[in-house]
Design a protein around this ligand. Structure first.
Ligand SMILES: Cc1cc2nc3c(=O)[nH]c(=O)nc-3n(C[C@H](O)[C@H](O)[C@H](O)COP(=O)(O)O)c2cc1C
Length: 357
């Protein structure tokens, strides 16, 4: 199950310390201008080693297009994007070769498959999310030509919550903060945890704007359900909220309903989705990331012989994965919307006639 999507599909491949990671995109319409500089700029937003708030690993994350593009345009055939791994230090992992890192996927991978690639977590490493960002960038190129845009940033770190969201601010912030008034406190929380050899969790907030009405299926491929699945499929994500989210359970309908006027909705508690379909308003998602599991404090665990051990980790890890995770969330959302756009084209007779007649 390495494939995502129904019509605009992405299959990712590769391991953290293998030769390369990447993705194959199928279903990309022919004639889309594939701007390689844009794909690279998206990868650069997720790239590690940029400042003290992220892992010190220095992966270049240089993307190469292997297929599906001719003279700058998509050809309608599978697009293969590859990123070669350049900064692996597999030796950092020899001491946990037979040990399960608490909070990581080692335990379940080993018990499911009977073996595991322990170098950097193999396929379970969030290195794989670079492939998703590359794939998501192509989806964004397609959607941008339809006026659909994505923005994201950090709204909370370790319980320090943004009061006002400014989606233009994250590009100026090393932690992609959405609210400059709490940015310093959020940075301090990350550094305090890092200095204590620990890590913290955080929340990324995502905005999708310019959506047409009616994206998403009424029952079994609802826009909210598929977005939630896409977000929950990102490493370390433990909860997703849409619009008012969990807070809606505390409200009365008179507070939660969005009044409808001839000029549109008066508020957006729904987060842009009603009945599983986009309502034309911005889609707002909050994606909750747990603290990075790999920390440098001694922890209790077991090994592959089910013996008790104390784990002391080495290596270079993100002190807060939400920071680099926000662009991953944006990329997965772009893949969902691109898929929904293609799926929606066959939903009415007038749509079909508009294409064929
Ligand atoms: C962008 C990003 C970077 C991550 N970096 C690390 C890391 O440096 N060290 C680590 O232990 N986990 C990291 N993770 C989280 C693990 O990949 C994840 O916790 C692990 O695969 C177990 O999956 P689960 O937390 O979803 O259960 C990162 C996650 C994301 C989204």
């Amino acid at each position: 199950m390495n494939r995502f999507g129904e019509r605009f599909t992405m299959t990712t491949f590769g391991e953290s310390h293998g030769k390369a990671i990447g993705c194959v995109l199928d279903g990309v319409p022919a004639g889309l201008a594939i701007d390689e500089t844009f794909i690279q700029s998206e990868l650069d937003r997720r790239k590690p080693g940029q400042n003290e708030f992220a892992t010190a690993r220095k992966e270049e994350d240089k993307v190469e297009i292997l297929s599906g593009v001719f003279e700058g345009l998509s050809t309608g055939t599978p697009i293969t994007l590859v990123i070669y791994n350049t900064d692996q230090k597999s030796g950092d992992y020899t001491n946990v070769k037979d040990i399960f890192r608490p909070g990581h996927a080692d335990f379940t991978y080993f018990h499911k498959y009977g073996l595991r690639d322990y170098r950097g977590g193999g396929r379970s490493s969030a290195r794989e999310t670079a492939a998703r960002v590359a794939g998501g960038a192509v989806a964004k190129l397609m959607l941008r030509s339809l006026g659909i845009e994505f923005a994201s940033g950090i709204s909370a770190i370790h319980g320090i919550v943004a009061q006002n969201l400014d989606f233009n601010y994250p590009k100026n912030s090393p932690i992609y903060a959405l609210d400059p008034s709490v940015e310093e406190a959020q940075k301090a929380a990350i550094l305090e945890a890092k200095n204590a050899h620990d890590s913290v969790g955080g929340v990324a907030t995502l905005k999708i704007s310019g959506l047409p009405m009616g994206l998403g299926q009424g029952l079994y491929y609802k826009l909210d359900a598929v977005l939630a699945e896409a977000m929950m499929g990102i490493n370390a994500v433990k909860a997703v909220e849409i619009g008012e989210g969990i807070h809606s359970a505390e409200l009365r309908a008179s507070q939660n309903n969005d009044p409808i006027t001839p000029h549109g909705f008066k508020s957006n508690h729904a987060g842009g989705i009603l009945g599983g379909m986009s309502n034309g308003d911005d889609v707002i998602l909050r994606v909750h990331f747990k603290p990075t599991p790999s920390i440098f404090i001694d922890q209790e665990s077991t090994n592959t012989h089910n013996e008790s051990v104390s784990v002391s980790l080495k290596g270079r890890h993100d002190p807060c994965v939400a920071v680099r995770g926000s662009v991953v969330a944006e990329s997965m959302a772009a893949l969902v919307i691109a898929d929904m756009i293609l799926l929606n084209m066959g939903s009415t007779m007038s749509g079909i006639k508009g294409y064929y007649l």
